[in-house]
Write a protein that binds this ligand. Structure first.
Ligand SMILES: CC(=O)N[C@H]1[C@@H](OP(=O)(O)OP(=O)(O)OC[C@H]2O[C@@H](n3ccc(=O)[nH]c3=O)[C@H](O)[C@@H]2O)O[C@H](CO)[C@@H](O)[C@@H]1O[C@H](C)C(=O)N[C@@H](C)C(=O)N[C@H](CCC(=O)O)C(=O)O
Ligand SMILES: Nc1ncnc2c1ncn2[C@@H]1O[C@H](COP(=O)(O)OP(=O)(O)OP(=O)(O)O)[C@@H](O)[C@H]1O
Ligand SMILES: N[C@H](CCC[C@H](N)C(=O)O)C(=O)O
Ligand SMILES: [Mg+2]
Length: 489
């Protein structure tokens, strides 16, 4: 593709080429990482959290970059290749990547919120598939599409990886794709080239306070999905019962979206009654004067919320209400989201859950209480090199809502694991500290009596424990199963 074709994918004037630039040059690929530049690539010099890509423009040029895109005030040495100046180089990258790779599934849906994104994206894919569509999802757990499942690393991939993937999916016949929009992804313009048909919002709680200076800034990043990325008049499906819902509705309405609210206070899908059983819930949902009885085969109040957001997004994107509602009776939970891994011979269940932030932990502990006649036992830790402020908050929540709390390690990364545990323990009166996560799980499983429930929180679907630079194989599922077997032996 010619450089001129990529430039014309952007709004006029948003990128300016130096006079010497030959815009008829062919571009062989796009990248923001100088180490990945191949001859003929267009290199994007982006200012990042750790460093500034401008420092690597020389390396990019020497590896054969055909031109460099940089910010208006970014200081570049003379690198001997044409420079394009962009007002918003991250947005230029996203839009050019979309133009470079071409096709996307016809119906693209994105969901944002602090908790529930993976679950909603997974449910939406399942509803579409149930309705006979070729459907995919991409997010924290990787990519799931007809004939492919791949483990991923980022919740929202960078634009180049994202658009390469969307083009592949489209060429494989996928017509519907649900993706997660993380606040990092939205803030860093990773989704700015996606042609959205529908967007969703679940809730807002404390997360990533190491990256976003305030809650308002965090909310504003999430709201880019509605006020910048969603085309005017397109549907915005918003969970109505969260503290931040009114704000989300206001932003989406102001941006000209067709706002559809779901939940107890929802106007589009209105939740009237929920009956909680141990591993299923029966919900009565009203829509347009019609009454649907949903038998959701999942535990946890929050899964009803996620199912309603997903159903709302499916209906808003063309699935019939009958098909969407019927599909809810057949949903499987996303891997590691309040997932029942096994039970003891006395019938006590052991769940794996991905709660790694305060509200999620609160929700999951509250969700199991109604069907726990004995004790709620929780094993959890907090990740290193991530928001430190959440550690004591999670310690307090665990001791308030569980009967037995075991504090352990969860991806200490470059930090001292004992110091992380100490920050949690400071607010977790009466908790036990066992650093070795496998030993913590074994101890918790060994304690289970009839009527008790175990929650192992924080790692969900993860398959490794990151200690320093190393990722050691680790799975909560495997450790729970091992401990249950030892108990039965
Ligand atoms: C903090 C953060 O979000 N960082 C992301 C960001 O990196 P950055 O631009 O800030 O990188 P940087 O290291 O400062 O470097 C600046 C620029 O110089 C370039 N560079 C750097 C070194 C070099 O030798 N040559 C070179 O060209 C880099 O490629 C980059 O373009 O942009 C990169 C490209 O898209 C991402 O890979 C990277 O994600 C890192 C790996 C990461 O861990 N991100 C996490 C926090 C994240 O994004 N999480 C969210 C949310 C998860 C959730 O829901 O909880 C997600 O969507 O996964
Ligand atoms: N609607 C919800 N409200 C509150 N908590 C929820 C909700 N949905 C899920 N959770 C909790 O959050 C955890 C993560 O859920 P999920 O993976 O669906 O969210 P996510 O937004 O994708 O999270 P992440 O940003 O970490 O990828 C679950 O294991 C559960 O504990
Ligand atoms: N996407 C999240 C996942 C956190 C999962 C938890 N196990 C941890 O390591 O903190 C993050 O990178 O902040
Ligand atoms: Mg997720």
């Amino acid at each position: 593709m010619k450089l001129s074709a990529l430039i014309s994918a952007l709004p006029p004037g948003s990128v300016v080429a130096s006079q010497t630039a030959d815009t008829e040059l062919p571009v062989t690929g796009l990248t923001a990482d100088s180490r990945m530049v191949e001859p003929g690539n267009l290199f994007f010099a982006l200012a990042g959290v750790k460093t500034d890509g401008a420092r690597f423009a020389v390396q990019a040029a020497s590896r054969g970059a055909v031109a460099v895109v940089a910010g208006l005030s970014s200081e570049l040495p003379d690198i001997g290749v044409p420079v394009l100046r962009a007002e918003d180089p991250r947005q230029a990258l996203a839009r050019m990547a979309a133009a470079f790779f071409g096709p996307q599934p016809r119906v693209m849906a994105a969901v944002t919120g602090t908790a529930g994104k993976t679950s909603v994206a997974s449910f939406l894919r399942q509803i579409w598939a149930h309705a006979g569509e070729q459907a995919a999802m991409l997010g924290t757990t990787g990519v799931t599409a007809p004939g492919r499942t791949e483990y991923g690393t980022l919740t929202t991939p960078d634009p180049v990886a994202l658009h390469r993937l969307l083009a592949e999916l489209a060429s494989e016949g996928v017509t519907h794709a649900a993706m997660e929009a993380s606040s990092h992804g939205l803030d860093q313009r990773r989704l700015d080239g996606v042609a959205l048909s529908v967007a969703g919002f679940t809730n807002l709680g404390r997360d990533h306070m190491d990256y976003h200076p305030t809650m308002d800034d965090y909310m504003a990043a999430k709201m880019r999905l509605f006020d910048t990325l969603l085309p005017k008049g397109a549907p915005a499906v918003i969970f109505a019962d969260d503290r931040w819902s009114p704000k989300a509705v206001e932003v989406a309405e102001r941006a000209g979206a067709r706002v559809l609210t779901v939940g107890r206070k929802g106007g589009f899908l209105s939740l009237k009654r929920v009956e909680h059983l141990r591993d299923k819930q029966i919900a009565e949902v009203h829509m347009d004067g019609r009454i649907f009885e949903v038998h959701l085969p999942l535990a946890g109040d929050f899964q009803v919320a996620n199912a309603l957001v997903a159903a709302g997004m499916a209906i808003a994107s063309g699935t019939s209400a009958d098909q969407a509602m019927a599909a809810l009776d057949h949903l499987s939970g996303a891997s590691g989201r309040l997932e029942l891994v096994g039970t003891t011979s006395k019938g006590a269940p052991a769940y794996v859950d991905y709660a790694h932030k305060p509200e999620a932990l609160e929700n999951v502990l509250e969700a199991v209480r109604p069907f726990t006649t004995g004790r709620v036992i929780v094993v959890f830790g907090c990740g290193g090199d991530r928001d430190r402020g959440k550690r004591p908050i999670m310690g307090e929540i665990a001791t308030r809502l569980a009967d037995v709390v075991i504090v352990t390690d969860d991806n200490p990364r470059s930090e001292d694991p004992a110091a992380i545990r100490a920050e949690i323990m400071a607010a977790a009166q009466g908790a036990t500290e066992i650093g070795d996560r496998a030993a913590a799980i074994r101890q918790a499983v060994g304690m289970l009596n009839a009527g008790d429930t175990l929650i192992v929180a924080g790692k969900g679907h993860e398959e490794g424990q990151t200690i320093g630079e190393k990722v050691l194989p680790f799975s909560d599922h495997i450790e729970i199963r091992k401990a249950l077997e030892e108990l039965k032996a």
